[in-house]
Design a protein around this ligand. Structure first.
Ligand code: NDP
Length: 448
């Protein structure tokens, strides 16, 4: 990193030295610190209180063994993580990821991002993240249940509705949250609905939570487009991934008059020039848990590009919604060349720093993940509100709350980008708006 000031450069170097090998964490820290040069110049109190150094160090990190047996009776040992990063604004809040690539550096990058994302929502939630290097692909339902129960048998002692409230992420959806909630309830003998979010609708979940991240990301991009007197109407779009975030991103784009022509998974992408048939994708992915290539069995006019790069498909709006670092500088150049005018990150940190630079210098509207995908955690906080008041709200009411929150996040980011001299740089705006909120709370709470 060539930092924005020698002071920040030094802090970044300390983070790298203290957290060796955790490259995704370094990347996430670098991206935030890059925006803060002018902030500490204008507000020296943040340097005086050593806020940046403190914010980069998690409050607590938990690593534990997760033993479980498969259906044949073989024993497996996985590693579980929960990084409780910052609780200045509220209980730690952030999802659990089950994916074979998970290690401490991934969980720390996600936990770090979560602090700022949660602050942007305006809700009283701190930042944390967790997960395991468990690979759920191809596992039976009973294997998933035993894994989740074992995972929760350790994790439960660190959780609580006022302490730490996990949710889903890659590889963790309603089914996994159900098994974990069941085990939490059994061990603690408490029906503490507010301890996990993303619950089923009949046992404490919130309407709109399933849709929230995708819908929210589209609302955010829509706000960016409005600033340029544009809309989704008639726009060709590409959405990577075919999981929770991707599916509901496509749904909301369709509702706003756009057309999504490509989706993907980690093996390849599908292209359907008539527009993706979302009901089929939902059936394949949510009900039958199949691969995206199976789409072409039902739509002969569509094609599947095995091992292909989805960013080669021309589009005006790109929504990376799969995983970190899935879109690099070459992909970004291709998108710009093909006429892309807006990018909204549904996933966390899907664009590499070099890719981001290409978009900014190409004048592309760029909604960074911590702002654009904050609708998921915001609706989790709405789920917690409903749990605390033993209430459940209508779809319309909850969706309106989500929409208002996303409009508010866009406004906060834009205003900060203006105050610091780069109107429309949403990366800078998101980093500064959220940093100041957390930093001010940390100062108020004293040196803890
Ligand atoms: P899902 O597990 O539902 O879906 C993940 C999708 O991304 C799948 O299509 C998967 O394909 C693909 N994918 C995962 N890893 C890779 C990889 N290494 N290379 C290529 N494709 C990959 O997860 P979500 O939709 O919930 O999460 C997607 C992203 O959104 C993540 O970055 C997550 O952190 C972020 N996010 C999620 C929120 C939520 O509410 N769920 C909230 C905010 C952010 P395959 O099946 O082949 O692995």
């Amino acid at each position: 990193m060539k930092g924005p000031s020698p002071k920040i450069e030094k802090i970044y170097q300390q983070v790298v030295d203290r957290n060796p090998g955790e490259t995704e964490f370094h990347q996430a820290v670098c991206e935030v610190l890059d925006s803060l040069g002018q902030v500490i110049q204008k507000y020296p109190k943040y340097a005086d209180h050593k806020i940046i150094e403190r914010i980069c160090e998690p409050e607590r990190q938990i690593i534990f063994r997760v033993p479980w047996t498969d259906d044949k009776g073989n024993i497996h040992i996985n590693r579980g993580f929960r990084v409780e990063f910052n609780s200045a604004l509220g209980p730690y809040k952030g999802g659990l990821r089950f994916h074979e690539s998970v290690y401490l550096g991934i969980i720390k990058f996600l936990g770090f991002e979560q602090i700022f994302k949660n602050a942007l929502t305006g809700m009283p939630i701190g930042g944390g993240k967790g997960g395991s290097d468990f690979n759920p692909k191809g596992r039976t339902d009973s294997e998933i249940m035993r894994f989740c129960q074992s995972f929760m048998t350790e994790l439960y002692r660190h959780l609580g509705e006022y302490t730490d409230v996990p949710a889903g992420d890659i590889g963790v959806g309603g089914r996994e949250i159900g098994y974990m909630f069941g085990q939490y309830k059994r061990i603690t003998n408490r029906y503490e609905a507010g301890v996990l979010t993303g619950k089923g609708l009949s046992w404490g979940g919130s309407l709109v939570r399933t849709e929230a991240t995708g819908y929210g990301a589209v609302y955010f991009v829509n706000e960016m487009l409005k600033m340029k007197k544009q809309s989704f109407e008639g726009k060709t779009c590409v959405v990577s991934g075919s999981g929770n975030v991707a599916i509901y991103t496509v749904e909301k784009i369709n509702q706003l008059g756009g057309k999504v022509v490509a989706m993907s998974d980690s093996n390849g992408y599908i292209f359907d020039k008539r527009g993706i048939d979302l009901n089929l994708v939902k059936q394949l992915k949510e009900v039958e848990r199949r691969r995206i290539k199976d789409y072409c069995e039902y739509h002969k006019g569509a094609s599947y590009i095995d091992g292909g790069n989805i960013w080669e498909v021309p589009c005006q709006v790109a929504m990376p919604s799969a995983t970190q670092n899935e879109l690099d500088a070459k992909d970004a150049e291709m998108l710009v060349k093909n006429g892309c005018i807006a990018v909204g990150e549904g996933a966390n940190m899907p664009t590499t720093p070099e890719g981001t630079k290409v978009f900014l210098s190409g004048g592309v509207l760029f909604g960074p993940g911590k702002a654009a995908n904050a609708g998921g955690v915001a609706t989790s906080a709405l789920e917690m509100q409903q749990n605390a008041s033993r209430d459940s709200w209508s779809f319309e009411h909850t969706e309106k709350r989500l929409h208002d929150i996303m409009v508010g996040i866009h406004k906060a980011c834009y205003e900060q980008s203006e105050e610091f001299g780069q109107p429309g740089n949403y990366i800078m705006g998101a980093n500064i708006a959220s940093f100041r909120k957390v930093a001010d709370a940390m100062i108020s709470l004293g040196l803890v």
